[in-house]
Design a protein around this ligand. Structure first.
Ligand code: 5AD
Ligand code: SF4
Length: 449
C-alpha cells in the first residue's frame, strides 16, 4: 500500500537565510511523510517562517494566524487535523506571547532548533503545545538531512549565522544569536552534494557572511576567500555569490578573490546603511563612508565590471537634512545596479529604540525615503539600459509569469524574462538583451549556428 503524503505549506518572510531554513525544514519533514504544496488550502501542516527585522512583523504574523485559524477550524470540523507552527525570528523574540495570544498555534520555534522538528511534531500530534526558543549547544547543521531542496539551478548554502556586531538598530544579534561559522569540511561537502543534486550556482549565506572564520580541525582557520577558492574548484558549479557582507570584513584576500575567481559573480550586495559618518557612528557601524568607498574602489580595480547593491536606512534617529544629503551623495558616487532602502523602524530591545527624542518625524522620513528611492530607481534603470544590445549569460531558474516564458538571472543578478522552452531551466544560456525595464530585462535566446 502506498502511503498518502501529508501536505505542508511554508510561508516565508524576510531574508535568504529564512529561505534556506524553510527549504531545510521541508527536507526534514519529507522524512516524516510531508510534501510541500504550493497553496495553503487543506494542508496538514502550515509553517510561518517569520522575520523580525522591520516594522509590523509581529502584526503581520498575527493577521496571518487569524486567517489560518479559520482553515484549521474548518479542517477539524471535517474530522481532520492541521498543525500550525510559527518559526523564525518573530518566534524567537515573541514565542511565549504568540502561544498566549494564539492558543490554536501548536509549535513555536526559533531559527536554531528546527532540526528538532521530528520530536516537536510528535509532541504536537499528541496535542502537546511546543515552545522551543533555546540556543542549543549542538548545531542544527549536524542534524540536517543530506537531501536538499534546490529551486531552479541556484542553491543557497548557509555557512555562518548570527552576528557580533550589534549595530544599534538591528535585532539580529538577539534573534539569531552570536556569530557561528560551520566547518569548511561540512560546507565543502554540502557544496558537492548541491552540485550533484543539480545546482549550477551556489549562494553562500550568512548574516555576516564575510566574517566567516571556520576551523578545519587541523589548526587552520578558513576565511570566506578560502572557501570561495575551494568551491570554485568543483566542476559543474559555474557561479558563486555570497550575501550579506559588512564593509569592515572585506579583507584583502576576499578582494583579491574577486579578481582571480571568474566563477565569483561580478555583483556584490554590500550594505552601508548611511552616507553620514555621524550617523554611521550612532549606528555603531565602526567605519566611515570613506572606508566603504575605498573597498568599492579596490573591488573595481581587481574586477572592473563589478556592480554593486546596498542597504540604506533612512530617518535613523538624529538624521539631519545634511546627514540625508550625505547618503544621497554616497549613493551618487557609487552608482548602484540596485539598492534597498528602508525607513528606520525602532526594534524592541535594540539600543537605538531608546533614542525616542531624536526620532525623525514620520512625514520627513517618508519624504526622504521617496527622494532616495527615486535616485536609486534612476540608477537601476540606467544600469539596466547599458545592457541593451549586449549578450549576457543567463542562468534560467524558473518559469515566467506568462505562458511560454522563462525567467533567470544575469551575472549582475538582474531578473530577465524571455520566450523560451521550459527545458532550458537549469542551464546557463546566452541571451541578447533587447529591452530593459526598471526591474528586469528581456531579450532573445541566442541560437547556435
Ligand atoms: N529599521 C530599518 N531597517 C532596518 N534594517 C535592519 N534593521 C532595521 C531597522 N531597525 C535593514 C538594514 C539591513 C536590512 C536587512 O534591513 O538596512 O541591512
Ligand atoms: Fe544587524 Fe549590523 Fe549584524 Fe548586519 S552587521 S546583522 S545590520 S547587527
Amino acid at each position: 500500500m502506498t502511503q498518502k503524503h501529508k501536505k505542508l505549506f511554508i510561508k516565508t518572510w524576510g531574508c535568504q537565510m529564512n529561505v534556506y531554513d524553510s527549504n531545510r525544514m521541508s527536507d526534514i519533514l519529507s522524512s516524516l511523510g510531508y510534501k510541500v504544496v504550493d497553496s495553503p488550502v487543506d494542508v496538514d501542516m502550515m509553517i510561518l517562517n517569520t522575520c523580525h527585522i522591520r516594522e509590523k512583523a509581529t502584526d503581520k504574523v498575527f493577521s496571518e494566524l487569524g486567517r489560518l485559524k479559520t482553515h484549521k477550524t474548518e479542517k477539524e470540523a471535517n474530522g481532520g487535523k492541521m498543525l500550525i507552527a510559527v518559526a523564525g525570528c518573530v518566534a524567537q523574540a515573541e514565542g511565549e506571547f504568540i502561544m498566549e495570544r494564539a492558543p490554536f498555534v501548536d509549535m513555536v520555534f526559533g531559527p536554531q532548533t528546527y532540526h528538532e522538528l521530528p520530536e516537536m511534531v510528535l509532541k504536537a500530534n499528541g496535542n502537546e503545545r511546543v515552545v522551543n526558543t533555546e540556543f542549543p549547544t549542538v548545531s542544527k547543521f549536524d542534524h540536517l538531512p543530506d537531501e536538499h531542496t534546490i529551486e531552479g539551478a541556484s542553491a543557497y548554502l548557509s555557512i555562518q549565522e548570527g552576528c557580533d556586531k550589534f549595530c544599534t538598530f538591528c535585532v539580529v544579534p538577539y534573534t539569531r544569536g552570536g556569530e557561528y561559522s560551520r566547518t569548511p569540511q561540512e560546507i565543502i561537502a554540502e557544496a558537492h552534494r548541491l552540485q550533484e543534486q543539480g545546482a549550477k550556482e551556489i549562494i553562500l549565506l550568512g548574516q555576516n557572511v564575510n566574517a566567516y572564520h571556520g576551523e578545519d580541525g587541523k589548526g587552520k582557520t578558513w576565511g570566506l576567500a578560502d572557501l570561495i577558492y575551494k568551491i570554485a574548484e568543483i566542476d559543474g558549479v559555474d557561479r558563486i555569490r555570497y550575501s550579506t557582507s559588512h564593509p569592515r570584513d572585506m579583507d584583502d584576500d576576499l578582494i583579491t578573490a574577486h579578481g582571480e575567481v571568474q566563477k565569483l559573480m561580478p555583483f556584490l550586495h554590500l550594505p552601508v546603511q548611511s552616507g553620514s559618518d555621524r550617523i554611521l557612528e550612532a549606528m555603531n557601524r565602526k567605519h566611515k563612508a570613506s572606508k566603504y568607498l575605498d573597498v568599492i574602489a579596490k573591488l573595481r580595480k581587481v574586477r572592473p565590471e563589478i556592480a554593486f547593491s546596498s542597504d540604506y536606512i533612512i530617518g535613523f534617529p538624529g538624521e539631519t537634512e545634511q546627514d540625508f544629503e550625505d547618503s544621497l551623495a554616497l549613493a551618487r558616487e557609487v552608482g548602484y545596479a540596485s539598492c534597498y532602502s528602508f525607513k528606520y523602524s525602532a526594534r524592541p530591545g535594540t539600543p537605538a529604540a531608546s533614542l525616542q527624542a531624536a526620532l525623525v518625524p514620520a512625514n520627513i522620513a517618508t519624504e526622504r525615503l521617496a527622494k532616495f528611492q527615486a535616485l536609486i530607481n534612476e540608477q537601476q534603470a540606467e544600469f539596466n539600459k547599458t545592457c541593451i544590445g549586449k549578450t549576457l549569460p543567463i542562468l534560467f531558474d524558473r518559469k515566467g509569469k506568462k505562458e511560454g516564458q522563462i525567467g533567470g538571472r544575469s551575472e549582475y543578478f538582474q531578473s530577465i524574462f524571455v520566450e523560451g522552452n521550459e527545458r532550458l531551466i537549469g542551464n546557463i544560456i546566452d541571451v541578447k538583451i533587447t529591452d530593459a525595464f526598471d526591474n528586469s530585462l528581456t531579450g532573445d535566446v541566442v541560437t547556435l549556428g
